[in-house]
Design a protein around this ligand. Structure first.
Ligand code: EPZ
Length: 409
């Protein structure tokens, strides 16, 4: 594949940022919003809660003049990310009720740390009838340790930060997530009048304010979408320029691609990735940011399946994020799972086959493997991929891929 692709706004930044618009009755304008089914869902949830939501191209205008504190059971249950409306509702209304997000194929994904944070701020939290209820007469700033089984929690940090923004006094979150998406949210909250420092580090300090006002914000580029196209360039022996990508958000991925033999050039707001001859196997361990992102693990596994030699990929964030292994095996990959690690014996020529997407990033890995395989690959259940990739087939065709969306039989 050859050419340029423009990176869209980040899904995992825009979801909590849209939820944060619930913190004020004033209008908010969010720019560079990716056209994704998850974003549409969040729009429906905000509308359900009483906000006015207007979409104009890649800009969303939200005004949550008057809102209710309870989210629609089915809507919230359908998208895990929507749990992050709980912090803003609790912060603004001192009450919030949402359906308990179930687990998903990649792991149990409990929200105990979110709830711990709300309790530390003085909320009473109960779980009943499939709903989580949180309420408080007053929210009082507090010191909150958010470290868990796999280190920090991204949406947990976001949720607690949003509730604490309207609490009385100062809160300090320790073992906070350092992801760029958390920083982007903190920047938006500060633009609304919040007083947050330390975002991007494990210690975030929030001095509560009485109220927040409307604000405008441009969402950061999606580092995982950019990583996916970078890996696709290496997998297809191509050269792709990622327009608008932020290299400073992608060190771990670019570092591993360089180790594997790809050439990376950074210039003026773009990153160019090209394959430079034979690839080398690399070992990967997923970690909280700035370590290697779990959301790029499957795509990297597809690349290692194509790379002669043995590589070991260890998943430390989610306990069952290897659903793509059996589907890659359908294409001829040789991968064995040993506990939290997958041992990839790479270099075999893959051949096209019908495969099934199980989750968002697994589906991206199957598309990359299909682009490098001989023959035709059919990836089924692509609704998974539309949740997190804007117009992926259109962008890939622009880069020379032979890919088309067809109605499933
Ligand atoms: C965010 O999920 C992302 N989603 C995920 O991206 C991403 O994989 C994940 O962060 C890790 O980077 C969104 O931002 C919408 P976590 P989140 O809480 O916040 C455990 C994608 O592909 N944990 O940081 O839900 C949890 O089970 C998606 O775009 C607790 O134990 O993830 C996991 O093992 C998939 N208790 C680990 O922490 C808690 O209360 C990290 O989860 C919360 C989390």
């Amino acid at each position: 594949m050859h050419g340029e692709v423009t990176i869209s706004g980040a899904k995992n930044a825009v979801l909590p940022i849209l939820a944060a618009t619930l913190l004020t009755p004033e209008p908010c304008v969010i720019r560079r919003v990716p056209n994704l089914s998850d974003v549409k869902f969040m729009g429906q949830i905000l509308t359900w809660l009483g906000a006015q939501v207007r979409v104009e191209g890649d800009t969303i205008r939200v005004q949550a003049r008057k809102i209710k504190g309870a989210g629609d059971y089915d809507l919230i249950r359908r998208m895990r990310g929507s749990i992050c409306v709980m912090g803003p509702l609790l912060g603004r209304l001192k009450k919030a009720t949402v359906s308990l997000p179930g687990g998903c194929v990649i792991g149990a994904r409990p929200i105990n740390l979110h709830l711990k944070g709300f309790r530390e701020l003085g909320a009473r939290v109960t779980i009943e009838g499939g709903y989580v209820h949180a309420s408080a007469k007053r929210l009082i700033g507090s010191a909150i340790f958010l470290g868990g089984r796999a280190g920090s929690t991204v949406l947990g940090t976001a949720n607690v930060m949003m509730a604490a923004a309207l609490a009385e006094g100062m809160s300090v979150i320790e073992s906070a997530a350092c992801e760029p998406e958390v920083v982007d949210l903190a920047n938006f909250l500060n633009a609304m009048g919040a007083k947050i420092t330390g975002a991007g580090s494990p210690t975030i300090t929030i001095t509560g304010v009485k109220e927040l006002h409307g604000a405008e914000h441009e969402v950061i580029p999606d580092r995982i979408e950019a990583a996916t196209y970078a890996i696709a360039a290496a997998a297809t022996n191509g050269e792709i320029t990622l327009r608008g990508a932020r290299a400073d958000h992608m060190h771990a991925v670019l570092d591993k691609l360089t180790d594997s033999g790809a050439r990376i050039e950074r210039s003026g707001g773009a990153i160019t990735v090209r394959r430079n001859g034979r690839l080398k196997p690399v070992d990967i361990t997923t970690l909280p940011y700035a370590g290697f992102p779990t959301d790029a693990q499957a795509q990297m596994m597809a690349l290692m399946a194509l790379t002669p030699g043995i590589s070991i990929i260890t998943e430390r964030i989610f306990e069952s994020r290897f659903m793509h292994v059996s589907e890659l095996a359908r294409l001829g990959a040789d991968i064995e799972i040993e506990g939290p690690s997958a041992i990839v014996k790479g270099g075999k020529q893959l051949s096209g086959a019908p495969v099934m997407a199980s989750d968002l990033r697994a589906s991206a890995a199957l598309v990359i493997a299909g682009l490098a395989a001989r023959g035709t690959t059919h990836v089924n259940r692509v609704y998974h991929i539309d949740r997190g990739y804007e117009n992926i087939d259109g962008k890939l065709r622009q880069l020379g891929a032979r890919i088309e969306r067809v109605e499933e039989a």
